[in-house]
Every structure is written in C-alpha cells, then in structure tokens.
Design a protein around this ligand. Structure first.
Ligand code: FES
Length: 312
C-alpha cells in the first residue's frame, strides 16, 4: 500500500495548485504509470497526464517522481516509495497546463532553433548518403533521444536562464554537427556559440542523471565544445575560458586564477572587464586576490607529460 501524493492543477476551477493523496495497494512490479492509470480508472477520472506507448519509447509520460524527472512507464512504483509515499509532480522548467501535463512549446522552439535536419549542399547521390559504422558511432547516443523533456525539466541552467537552449536541443545539435553527411558544421557551431548556446552549460551533469536513454546530453555538449575549439570559433567567453584554463594548466600544472577571468572576458573587451571591476575590488578588500606572480606546481613535469601523451 502506498500513498500517491499528486500535484493537481486545474486553471478552470482554481488558479492555485494543490496536492491530493490517493491510496493504492499496487501489485509487485507495477510502474508509476500503471498506478496512475489504476487511480484514474478507479478513483478519480479527472486526473490528467500524458501517456501512449507504455514502453519508454514515445517519451509522453515524463513527470517528476520524488522531485526528479523520469518516465512514469519506465520506473517501478516500489522504487519510488519513501516512507510509504510517492510524490508525483509535473516536469519543471515548463508551465503546467493541467495536473501533470505541461506546455512543451519552449522545448520544441529550442529544438527548431538548432535546425534539426541534415544540411548538405552537394548534389544528392542516386541512392542514399551512406555512413560507415564508425561514422554512425559518433551520433549513435544522441540518436536515441526520445524527446521526453526529462533533461530539460531538471536542467539547473534553464531554471535561471530561460534563453538557454537546454540539454535536449544541444544533444540534438550534436547529432547533426557530428553527422558525416552534414556539411554545415561551422555554421552550426557559430550559432551554438552565441549567448544561450553550448558554452552557457554549467556542467552540473543533472541531464545525464535524468535522461532515461543513453543520450548523456552533457557528454554531447562537451563534444560540441571540442568541435567549437577545433573549428577555431573562439570569439566567446566560454571558448576563451576553456583555452585559458588549458594554457595555464599545461604551462604551470595549476590554475592561474589571476589571468583566467581576464583572458576569459577578453583583453580588449573593455565593457566586460569594467563589469568585472566590482568583483575584483570586493576580492581585494577581502584579501582574496590570487597571487599576481603565478608559480608552477611541484608536479608540473607529470602534468606536461599527460598533455603530451593525450596529444592535448
Ligand atoms: S508512455 Fe511512452 S515513454 Fe512512457
């Protein structure tokens, strides 16, 4: 027996959401979706949520269980119980429409923004454009995305910046940037390097935890960043930060915290540097300014060897 504490919302009746408890003695192996169906069919027919395949394929049944995004048809209710209670809420970073149904419009707009289709100016061959297994492997993980929105729901960057493209759109972008049949790599990377793009990811890794498939969105974002650096698209804070970081570690074995912010902002970005001034002054008054003369760490030889072995 478990209590399903479900967040309810019906704007036609009240502007406020509330939690409603349903008791249900679920059979062994029942998924959260099985339980919601049973509650809907036997206790309250007005309970609203999306579902279709019941096989973790269509991506419709995304919601939050105990505070984290998941697919209701993929997760067993028993694994979600905490002190006899399963808390069920709509996904985050999207506006609830009714009960557990959220508005996916911003999610789809961001997928559209990355132009999710092959671009190739060359004349098409008589039959299909072929790929080797090795070429497909580059986009294999990203291709498994079912667009359920779980990563988008729990992305911490999206919580503070609604303009961020988000993990799903960026993983989808990698699926095309890495596609051997697509010839718009540089054009795509330049667009993805704009504010709100790949460099705005905070590297929290939450999207990897929440993704119900092997997409691992953060890994795909790192691949996009690597392509950006390889393609020489360095005119943004994120790329300069990565380059400065690498340069400092390679040279001295440790981070030069005095030059990192300045090199990240850009020596000739006067407005950006001016904006840094208040933070610098606060650090100065608190005695937290890093040493201006940067010393190498003791094991710098080992660090250099690692760089050589990895071919940077
Ligand atoms: S119902 Fe299709 S993924 Fe859950």
């Amino acid at each position: 027996m478990a209590t399903f504490r479900i967040k309810r919302y019906n704007p036609e009746k009240s502007p406020d959401s509330y939690y409603q408890d349903f008791e249900y003695d679920f059979p062994e192996g029942a998924t959260l979706l099985d339980c919601l169906n049973e509650i809907k069919w036997t206790q309250d027919g007005s309970l609203t949520y999306r579902m279709s395949c019941r096989s973790a394929i269509c991506g419709s049944c995304g919601m939050k269980g105990n505070g984290h995004a998941l697919l209701a048809c993929q997760r067993q209710a028993a694994h979600l119980m905490k002190d006899g209670v399963v808390t069920v809420e709509p996904m985050g970073n999207m506006t609830p429409i009714k009960d557990l149904v959220v508005d996916f419009k911003p999610f789809w707009e961001k997928i559209d923004q990355i132009k999710p289709y092959l671009k190739n100016k060359e004349k098409p061959p008589e039959k299909e454009r072929r790929q080797t297994p090795k070429q497909f492997k580059v986009i294999d993980d990203a291709s498994t995305c079912i667009m359920c929105g779980a990563c988008y729901s729990d992305c911490q960057m999206l919580e503070v910046d609604g303009n961020f493209l988000g993990p799903a759109a960026l993983a989808k972008a990698q699926r095309f940037v890495g596609d051997s049949r697509d010839t718009a790599t540089l054009e795509r990377i330049k667009e993805l390097s704009q504010p709100g793009g790949m460099w705005d990811c905070t590297h929290c890794g939450e999207c990897v935890e929440r993704c119900p498939k092997p997409v691992k969105p953060f890994d795909r974002i790192k691949e996009l960043m690597a392509v950006g650096l390889e393609q020489g698209v360095h005119g943004n804070v994120g790329a300069r930060h990565a380059l400065s970081f690498t340069k400092s570690i390679k040279k001295s074995g440790c981070l030069n915290e005095a030059t990192l912010p300045v090199e990240s902002i850009g020596y000739f970005n006067f407005k950006g540097l001016f904006d840094l001034l208040p933070v610098g002054l606060r650090m100065l008054f608190k005695g937290k300014i890093p040493p201006l003369i940067h010393k190498s760490c003791e094991d710098v030889k080992d660090v250099k060897r690692i760089f050589e072995e990895l071919g940077e």
